[in-house]
Design a protein around this ligand. Structure first.
Ligand code: ADP
Ligand code: MG
Length: 691
């Protein structure tokens, strides 16, 4: 139930003056359907309207002038503007209007009257002009022309002035609300109260007032973060309250571990014991296993699945592509079956009787571990006792898919795995409702990948060295970026490059791209994995996580166009085998200073978490890591980079508030509820990923 105090903000935007059936959809597109959404629409810029003598008016600038109406000149032809001449003793300016408001203008602004006009001043030959002034008023009303005016994001069909008016009206309807922030902290940080912050947000006086560091902006961003962190913390708590089957673990995992050709790293052991803690807790696990490419997540998942099998329970391991699923299957089937744990692989290729047989084995409980693709989501895939769902490359799956998989067992434990290292602060905003284990250590003995930045004109040398390496039995990736607006153009570029390389290096050059049918793509990837293809030319679709240990060279064209995280991921595909590995970052010179700094980071470190932090620092603003696609929350006022310090504070604050007052019944608790309703992070958004 929404409290009455918020009614005015939560009434539809159509209750604002001037929002009829024609304007409403435009407002909705710009801000949202509610008065609240307009109140939270952050201005992007500022217009100043200095009062200027006409003779001093600067071209191309918005200014206010005052003068006497000297003449009206109707257009000689309809395609020409109506003209009105204003004189202030220093010079003339001509105000112009197209599309016949003329006679009306002449009546409203008769010759001889003094008028104030405000708008952008331009010069045509000797003549100063102001086309369609933003304001034209009798001089007595000059105060109605604002000196500083906020500029909002534009949307076709809505005049900036209309948006400004609607926002002002929306803000005027905002009530005073009780303070939900800790007063001592707010005072220390110098943050205004909520309503004052909202007003200040819309009344910038200088460019600094528009920046993320302005106290009003920080205050509102913090509110948004706090509301969000509270929602995630509550979601986490409510999930914890759901009972789930206890998986005590048994001898199989220990036997498997003993049989591994390597010892678990400290980070792997830590992650495994965190997973086991969840499995044994009687509460439902929702854990994200974060670890760089090659960190060794699969074995952690395998050991957890072995624990489930020991308890007579089933597990699934799901991968985003057929080839990855098959790789996982091949990795785990030997060790698991040697311990008497039966496994099967289920993908879209399974059809007819063979598929039916697999489904029977799962429904009957004879098979403990199922590995596969989306095929595991099908409704007719039924388990006897599913206890654990492992999702590899979790960002490749939609929310619904994940919950559908979890729904196949009563309170199935979820282990999501991700090879996209993200900074801690962003981890809080993206996965604040999950428990996170980090594998921040690579298995020993990995050779560093020698990384070099090479200007594109030296591509010939790169191809020459590549040719030598391939003759020596090495395999390589060649990545063509998606640069053109059109996929067709990019595809043509990649095809052209593959052709060039085939001419230079011989026929064992394969091409894989996003337009290929999945089966076709899998076939090429399999050819590369088998070694039939020596050089794989790819657009950025190179399957995340594909393990081809013999591949030791990664060439990335136009590397300056990729995000750091993406470059790091691409590079992670080499350096897995016995060969010395290298990564060549081809760039189009000249490289900007920022571009150089970015490529430099890659040369200096291979730690994905360090790279992610640096990337965040370097980018500043916008959508630093392409986060929007990966489920980053759609904040209204938070800048994930500038406000990153606030994120951790909000997470702590949320935890503390809920620990002290879980029911939010204290006076502050009640104010906090208002905050939550104000921002309205509904369940079902991108953050319910792990269900
Ligand atoms: P990712 O985290 O990218 O999924 P994988 O699980 O595919 O990584 O592991 C990459 C490779 O590292 C595999 O060949 C795996 O056998 C190997 N590996 C995993 N853990 C260790 C370890 N502790 N020591 C040595 N090699 C390991
Ligand atoms: Mg993997």
């Amino acid at each position: 139930m929404r409290p009455e105090i918020l009614y005015s903000l939560f009434s539809p935007a159509t209750t604002l003056k001037g929002v009829g059936p024609k304007v409403a959809p435009l407002v909705e597109k710009l801000a949202g359907p509610l008065v609240r959404d307009l109140a939270f629409l952050a201005p992007q810029g500022l217009v100043k309207r200095p009062l200027t003598a006409i003779a001093d008016a600067a071209e191309g600038q918005v200014q206010t002038v005052v003068g006497v109406v000297e003449a009206h000149t109707p257009p000689p032809r309809p395609s020409l503007p109506w003209r009105m001449r204003l004189f202030d003793g220093s010079a003339f300016i001509t105000l112009t209007w197209f599309k016949g408001h003329g006679p009306h203008l002449a009546r409203q602004h008769p010759v001889g009257e003094r008028r104030a006009a405000s708008g952008k001043v331009e010069r045509f030959g000797a003549e100063l002009q102001m086309a369609h002034p933003d304001y034209l008023l009798p001089v007595e009303r000059i105060d109605e022309i604002p000196q500083d005016e906020a500029i909002y994001p534009a949307t076709a069909g809505l005049a900036p002035r209309t948006v400004r008016k609607l926002v002002a009206e929306a803000v005027a309807r905002a009530p005073e609300l009780p303070e939900w922030l800790d007063e001592a902290w707010r005072a220390r940080e110098g943050l205004p109260g909520w309503r004052a912050a909202l007003e200040a947000l819309h009344a910038p006086k200088s460019d600094a007032d528009l920046g993320p560091e302005h106290p009003a902006r920080r205050r509102l961003a913090y509110d948004e973060l706090l509301a969000h962190q509270l929602a995630m913390a509550q979601r986490k708590a409510s999930r914890r309250a759901q009972p789930a089957v206890r998986v005590p673990g048994g001898p199989t995992a220990a036997a498997l571990e003993a049989a591994l050709p390597f010892r678990l790293t400290g980070a792997q052991s830590r992650a495994l014991s965190e997973v086991r803690g969840d499995l044994q807790s009687g509460e439902r696990m929702s854990r994200l296993l974060q670890g760089d490419v090659g960190a060794g997540k699969t074995v952690v998942a395998m050991l957890a699945m072995a624990d489930a099998a020991d308890a007579g329970l089933q597990s699934v391991l799901m991968a985003p592509t057929e080839i990855l699923a098959r790789q996982h299957y091949e990795t785990v089937v030997g060790p698991l079956e040697a311990q008497g744990v039966r496994c099967l692989l289920l993908t879209g290729r399974d059809k007819g009787a063979a598929r039916a047989e697999k489904l029977r084995a799962l429904a009957g409980g004879e098979v403990a571990v199922a590995i596969g693709t989306h095929a595991l989501f099908q409704d007719d895939v039924v388990f006897k006792a599913l206890a654990l769902a492992v999702i590899d490359e979790q960002h490749r799956f939609g929310v619904n898919e994940r919950s559908r998989l979890q729904d196949k067992g009563p309170s199935t434990h979820l282990l999501a795995m991700s090879a996209t290292p993200i900074p801690r602060t962003l981890e809080l905003t993206m996965f604040g409702d999950l428990d996170v284990s980090r594998i921040d250590e690579k298995p020993p003995g990995r050779k560093p990948v020698a990384t070099r930045a090479v200007p594109a004109p030296r591509i010939g040398e790169v191809v020459g060295r590549l040719s030598e390496a391939l003759k020596g039995g090495a395999q390589a990736f060649w990545i063509c970026p998606l640069v053109a607006e059109s996929e067709t153009v990019d595809l043509a570029a990649a095809e052209g490059r593959a052709e060039d390389l085939r001419r230079a290096l011989g026929p064992r050059v394969g091409l894989v791209h996003g337009r290929m049918a999945p089966a076709e793509k899998d076939a090429v990837m399999a050819g590369f994995a088998d070694g039939e293809i020596a050089l794989l030319v790819a657009t950025t679709v190179v399957e995340v996580g594909v393990n081809v240990p013999n591949a030791s060279i990664m060439v990335i064209e136009q590397a300056e166009r990729f995000g750091l995280a993406q470059l790091h991921q691409l590079r992670g595909r080499v350096g897995r085998g016995v060969r010395e590995s290298s990564c060549v970052l081809l760039y189009d010179p000249p490289l900007s200073a920022a571009g150089e700094a970015r490529l430099d980071i890659l040369r200096k470190t291979e730690d994905g978490f360090v790279i992610a932090e640096k990337d965040l620092e370097l980018r500043g603003g916008g959508d630093p890591l392409g986060l929007k696609q990966s489920g980053f929350p759609a904040y209204r006022l938070v800048d994930p980079v500038a406000h990153r310090g606030l994120i951790a504070t909000a997470a702590d604050d949320a935890r503390l508030i809920l620990a002290r007052d879980p029911g939010l019944t204290s006076p502050r608790g009640q104010a906090v509820r208002l905050l939550q309703q104000l921002f309205d992070w509904r369940p079902g958004g991108p953050l319910t990923d792990a269900g």
